[in-house]
Design a binder for this molecule. Structure first.
Ligand SMILES: [Zn+2]
Ligand SMILES: [Zn+2]
Length: 69
């Protein structure tokens, strides 16, 4: 489903200062290394699917639906 999308020539929309490296899986904002949050969603049998969120989406259970399971 979702894959990590790398950002190119974008500025982080969270801090507005740094060069963005990826897009948030939840809100599509470009995020720098400091504002992104990595999460591994386990889909069974030791296979983990990496996702990237901004801090707001990481805390939002409607977006990060795997968190807390
Ligand atoms: Zn940032
Ligand atoms: Zn987000």
């Amino acid at each position: 489903m979702n894959k990590i999308r790398l950002a190119h020539n974008a500025t982080c929309e969270v801090c507005g200062k740094k060069q963005a490296v990826v897009y948030c899986d939840g809100c599509d904002k470009p995020l720098c290394e400091e504002c992104r949050v990595f999460d591994i969603w386990c889909s069974g049998c030791g296979y983990g699917e990496p996702h990237v969120f901004c801090k707001a989406c990481n805390e939002n259970p409607k977006i990060n639906i795997w968190k807390g399971l």
